[in-house]
Design a protein around this ligand. Structure first.
Ligand code: FE2
Ligand code: FE2
Length: 165
């Protein structure tokens, strides 16, 4: 349980930082309102996990300072490549998170019904983010497949590290 909450807190922390990085570059673009909307939801997810780890006395990952920088850098770098690359980043991240939340939801029994319904709700939000990003031309980003594969690999690695460290 500690690992589960630690990694989810870390992931939502990273997600909020990715959008902060994207908005630093794209704050005047057409994509800004939609990025802000997604960022607000990530902040709500993060706040929820921050409460949960405090309530259950779970130590946050020691990697938070790194995710602070890496999340922002990933967001800013993809945004610098253009709006569609920023959206491609969102699709890749959300697909990795979708699989991760699906695994967690399947692993929780009725003793954790409340947490499970929270994860179901957040997963729905993440899938909505993916769909929004697809509607904004994610797949038309230059080098989409490579970019997507690299980001997904990075996310999976970050997930494994944040569970343990
Ligand atoms: Fe989220
Ligand atoms: Fe998201």
């Amino acid at each position: 349980m500690s690992q589960m909450l630690r990694v989810d807190h870390a992931g939502e922390y990273g997600a909020a930082r990715i959008y902060a990085g994207q908005l630093a570059v794209l704050r005047r673009s057409d994509a800004a309102p939609v990025l802000r909307e997604m960022q607000t939801q990530e902040q709500q997810h993060l706040d929820r996990f921050a409460d949960l780890i405090a309530q259950r006395r779970v130590r946050p990952t020691a990697m938070l300072p790194l995710w602070h920088l890496a999340g922002f850098a990933l967001g800013a770098a993809t945004a610098a490549l253009g709006e569609r690359a920023a959206m491609a980043c969102t699709v890749a991240v959300e697909e990795a998170i979708d699989a991760h939340y699906a695994d967690q939801i399947a692993a929780l029994d009725d003793h954790e019904a409340e947490l499970r319904s929270t994860l179901v709700r957040f997963r729905d939000d993440e899938l909505q983010h993916r769909d929004i990003a697809l509607q904004h031309g994610a797949e038309q980003a230059p080098g989409y497949r490579l970019l997507s594969a690299m980001i997904k690999t990075g996310c999976r690695l970050a997930i494994r590290i944040s569970e343990r460290v």
